[in-house]
Design a protein around this ligand. Structure first.
Ligand SMILES: C[S@@+](CC[C@H](N)C(=O)[O-])C[C@H]1O[C@@H](n2cnc3c(N)ncnc32)[C@H](O)[C@@H]1O
Length: 413
């Protein structure tokens, strides 16, 4: 594999490192490709999840997206299949063991690369996950075009590529390591040398000063190799990502998490915020990335440029809120009893106003009940006088906070 250093790397160090036995105790979740999240951002919340979904995970690695989506489809009673396309046999073997541990029968494995997708996994696919892969290809635009060629017209892609600002220090350190831990050596020897370099870095070094990078500390040897000894990686500031997407005849429908890309809300200074209303999604994301300086990666949902799909409407009484990643009761209990929700988004302190009924609404968000039904329930149980218009204002405020931090997405039943 001397002529394919990326292939050799993932064969020797499947990424991310995963132990199939852990499937007994936890499901790794994340973005893109959460079933409810992709329904919101790719299908406007309108996908009938009782219909078969055909999903391709392109460059699926050790299986995080494949296993999450296949499990969520099984739990939701969504028929169809998740196809794990991956050139590294070692990585696919781990993903296969994870699927087996869970008894998933809706996963299929295809060996090979994105460049051959039209031949080896022609689909067509309703949804394609491509997370952390395009930025490693010799020709990312050709890779994306290949994926588009096997996507149904109304389908979409969940994409992740690196962002440069949050990776400040990575590329100079990669260059240093090409000299001090050269590619001519076997990877295990390079890892030893890389750890020596890390231990010797002065406090002035930008990599050392970047608090947002942890893969070399938490991801084991595979994490270190992926971050610092990669044979091929590039990063995309938002405008470059937008150009890649537009060049493939696509458009962005959403970034994850939405608030991290919402310049109007991140730039709280009212003088500076003037003129930021009404920015389109890419212009807003561009400013948010420049302002925060912490985006290590960009997760974007993309559809064909001519696809007229619109985001679900939080003001529609028929809309169904879905709480992601945490049980509704647990989220409700974690919300402040009064006052705003405080936290950080992309390292920036945020204070998100919450309505007085926040807890009562969240604990009723079972993913089945519409906003109208939740209103009726609260009216019957707590507030007989509450008109729908007043409730809708409360829900809008809650949606702004929880949708912003990607804890809530929307669907139509
Ligand atoms: C950083 S890992 C990401 C794995 C997985 N998508 C995830 O997010 O956990 C990159 C993966 O892309 C795979 N890969 C590399 N070149 C590829 C290609 N040409 N086509 C498809 N996958 C490729 C690698 O083998 C590796 O498993």
């Amino acid at each position: 594999m001397a002529d394919d250093p990326v292939g050799a790397q993932y064969e020797a160090y499947p990424y991310p490192a995963r132990d199939p036995a852990e499937e007994k105790t936890r499901l790794v979740t994340g973005s893109p490709s959460d079933l409810w999240e992709l329904n919101h951002h790719v299908f406007g919340g309108r996908r009938d999840l009782t219909r078969p979904l055909r999903a391709l995970v392109a460059g699926g690695g050790t299986g995080d997206a494949t296993i999450m989506l296949a499990q969520q489809m099984a739990d939701a009673g969504t028929p169809g299949e998740v196809v794990h396309l991956e050139p590294s046999a070692a990585s696919s073997a781990i993903a296969g063991k994870r699927a087996a541990m869970r008894g998933l029968d809706n996963v299929r494995f295809v060996a090979g690369g994105i460049e051959a997708v039209a031949r080896i996994a022609p689909g067509p696919w309703d949804y394609i996950d491509c997370c952390g892969v395009l930025h490693h290809l010799a020709d990312p635009a050709a890779g994306l075009a290949a994926l588009v060629s096997v996507l149904v017209p109304e389908g979409g892609i969940g994409l992740m590529v690196y962002g440069p600002l949050g990776r400040t220090g990575v590329y100079p350190l990669q260059a240093l390591l090409r000299r001090l831990a050269p590619a001519a050596l076997p990877l295990p020897a390079r890892i030893v040398l890389a750890r020596r370099v890390l231990a010797a870095l002065p406090a002035t070094n930008w990599f050392r000063r970047n608090p947002h990078l942890a893969d070399h500390l938490e991801g084991g040897d595979a994490g270190l190799v992926d971050l610092l000894l990669h044979a091929s990686d590039r990063a995309y500031p938002v405008p470059k990502l937008a150009a890649l997407v537009a060049g493939a005849g696509l458009r962005v429908t959403g970034f994850i998490e939405p608030l991290a890309y919402d310049a109007r809300r991140l730039i709280a200074d009212p003088v500076l915020a003037k003129g930021l209303d009404g920015l389109d999604i890419v212009a807003s994301a561009t400013l948010a990335e420049q302002f925060a300086g912490t985006h290590k990666q960009h997760v974007a949902y993309i559809v064909r440029a001519g696809n007229p799909v619109t985001a679900p409407d939080p003001a529609d009484p028929a809309i169904v809120p879905v709480i992601r990643g945490i049980a509704p009761a647990a989220l409700a209990a974690a919300l402040p009893k009064s006052g705003p929700l405080r936290g950080t988004v992309s390292g920036i302190a945020v204070s998100l106003p919450l309505p007085s009924l926040a807890r009562a609404i969240v604990e009723r968000c079972d993913g089945q009940r519409s906003v109208a039904a939740i209103h009726a329930d609260i009216r019957a149980a707590l507030r007989p006088e509450l008109e729908f218009a007043a409730f809708a204002r409360q829900f809008a405020e809650l949606w702004s906070a929880l949708g912003g931090v990607n804890r809530m997405v929307l669907r139509y039943c």
